[in-house]
Design a protein around this ligand. Sequence first.
Ligand SMILES: [Mg+2]
Length: 193
Amino acid sequence: MNHAVYGFIAGFRNRQKLASILRASPRDRETHAISPEALKQSGVTVLALDFDGVLAPHGRPEPVAEITEWLANCCTVFGPDRIYILSNKPTRERIDWFNSRFPGMRFISGVRKKPYPDGLDKVIEQAAATPAEVILLDDRLLTGVLATCLAGTRVAYINRPYTDFRNNPVQELFFAALRTVERILIALVPDKK
Ligand SMILES: [Mg+2]
């Protein structure tokens, strides 16, 4: 099944979980403001990172400068072999960038796209971790965040993603609209009594 169609079906089934994640998420959460030390203290031992929006604006071949610094800090705290890139677009350029800058970090590829939990399941298996030790940072509710509901891992919903409307207006507008629509839909889910 196409991953977007699957997202709507699985999203509907998991609407209550998604709504509570959305409600519990801090406003204006940016990737680089997340403290790796605090994550570690809360019991996280494995980081799974989305790329588009979380490490860089859409379609960029490499993370932005402040994220390169943040990644280095994550490496110190968790070790590079405990950090995975889980993008629906694991392009050659991106993989090459990580191989040269952070050779220990691994791209998860060859799996069905998020929201299928396959990528997170692969992270759990490769890291020999429990789902509760893994956190995914993602800026999309109906792909990444939903995948965490299905795989049982933790999640940090990045609601203030990197964007570059000036250089990539069509793609950025498309994804901004998607993010808004999914936020509105999920915010409409009533609180469980
Ligand atoms: Mg993303």
